[in-house]
Design a protein around this ligand. Structure first.
Ligand SMILES: Nc1nc2c(ncn2[C@@H]2O[C@H](COP(=O)(O)OP(=O)(O)OP(=O)(O)O)[C@@H](O)[C@H]2O)c(=O)[nH]1
Ligand SMILES: [Mg+2]
Ligand SMILES: [Zn+2]
Length: 339
């Protein structure tokens, strides 16, 4: 890959676009251009306002300042940066093109980027805080709209007895049959983690899931030498306490150039899908969208239309009633958040 050209190149004069995807203020007035070393390649591991932490080739972190000409960096971005001579800091030069950009809805009907270059979403569920198919289906719709595969990780497997395991396995079998891989694990005892990590080798993934399901605990298990904050699930509400406040990328080195990159992200407080359209909701229910091809009307919403193949399939048991119910609710109310 060619190094970026110097500042006079045309691409530095791109106009900021409407979505404000460029850094708003310049913070580099005091940076002495002469003090900058040759550009190096790295990966954005965390972002704080007008600064980013970039990991170099050896995965050592350099705090870098942003410039007005920079596109807003996101965790997971591959980037070029320049160190400042004799200082622990540097400046961001340029981001590499992304192959994916995962966004999530904000409480005020906007969307914000969460992570770049993600290959798959590892969706953590847990017996506590209790998981619901309604929330699971919302996650699957959101992931499908980003065209990212989802793996379902059932964490805290050490906390359930055999009959609870059977019940959970049965609930998740529906999703497994739809093509979503399911991994029961314990981030406390490590049960199942090795097999999971083995299958994840070489990928860049986002750990997603409600607050308190154990995303950071899994990171802590994988990186025992790092201090990673985790929080108790409240005994009164049964909910997590939103311990992680910023996304951060970690690298697992499996040797022979097979690194795995994991992004720990904060659990969402409310889960809206208002940035999606009917089409996305339909696509997010894979079996419904497939059978929906046979409906009499092309724009059939599978609510009560004549000749609806989906309603017929649900009646005959070919589609799970719970999935149809969640789909029908979402297609009518996806502008409302799930809290
Ligand atoms: N027994 C058991 N407890 C776990 C396991 N994984 C996580 N926990 C506990 O669950 C609680 C929440 O874990 P966190 O890792 O902070 O959850 P999180 O998903 O990162 O939550 P946010 O950062 O708020 O989004 C902590 O008290 C953990 O010790 C597990 O596999 N087994
Ligand atoms: Mg966390
Ligand atoms: Zn239909």
């Amino acid at each position: 890959m060619a190094k970026p050209e110097n500042k006079s190149s045309k691409r530095w004069r791109k106009k900021p676009d409407k979505q404000a995807t460029y850094v708003k203020q310049t913070v580099d007035r005091n940076i002495d251009e002469e003090s900058l070393l040759e550009p190096e390649q790295g990966i954005v591991i965390s972002r704080f306002g007008q600064q980013v932490d970039i990991a170099d080739e050896n995965f050592e972190t350099i705090r870098c300042f942003l410039r007005k000409s920079n596109e807003v960096p996101v965790v997971g971005d591959r980037a070029w940066f320049r160190r400042q001579k004799e200082l622990p800091t540097g400046v961001l030069v340029e981001l590499e093109p992304r192959h994916s950009l995962l966004k999530r809805p904000t409480p005020h009907h906007g969307v914000k980027p969460v992570a770049a270059n993600i290959d798959l979403i590892a969706l953590l569920l847990a017996p506590e805080p209790a998981f619901s198919e309604v929330l699971l289906d919302r996650y699957l719709v959101a992931a499908q709209s980003s065209e990212l595969p989802v793996w379902i990780i059932m964490n805290k497997w050490d906390t359930v007895d055999d009959s609870q395991k059977d019940a959970i396995t049965h609930r998740l079998k529906l999703y497994q049959d739809l093509g979503y891989p399911v991994y029961p694990i314990s981030s406390k005892t490590g049960e199942g983690v090795e097999a999971l990590v083995n299958d994840l080798t070489g990928k860049q993934l986002l750990l997603a899931g409600q607050s308190g399901v154990g995303k950071s605990t899994l990171i802590g298990y994988l990186f025992p030498n790092m201090e990673i904050a985790t929080g108790e699930v409240s005994s009164t509400s049964g909910l997590g306490t939103h311990t992680t406040t910023a996304s951060r990328l970690y690298r697992l080195d499996s040797g022979a150039g097979r690194e795995t990159y994991l992004v720990d992200s904060p659990g969402v407080r409310e889960f809206g899908l208002w940035h999606l359209e009917d089409h996305d909701i339909k696509q997010g229910f894979v079996e419904i969208s497939e059978i929906g091809e046979q409906c009499k009307f092309r724009d059939c919403k599978h609510l009560n239309e004549p000749g609806c193949a989906v309603l017929a399939a649900a009646k005959s048991g070919a589609i799970a009633a719970s999935r149809l119910k969640n789909y029908q609710h979402l297609i009518q109310h996806f502008d409302q958040p799930y809290i």
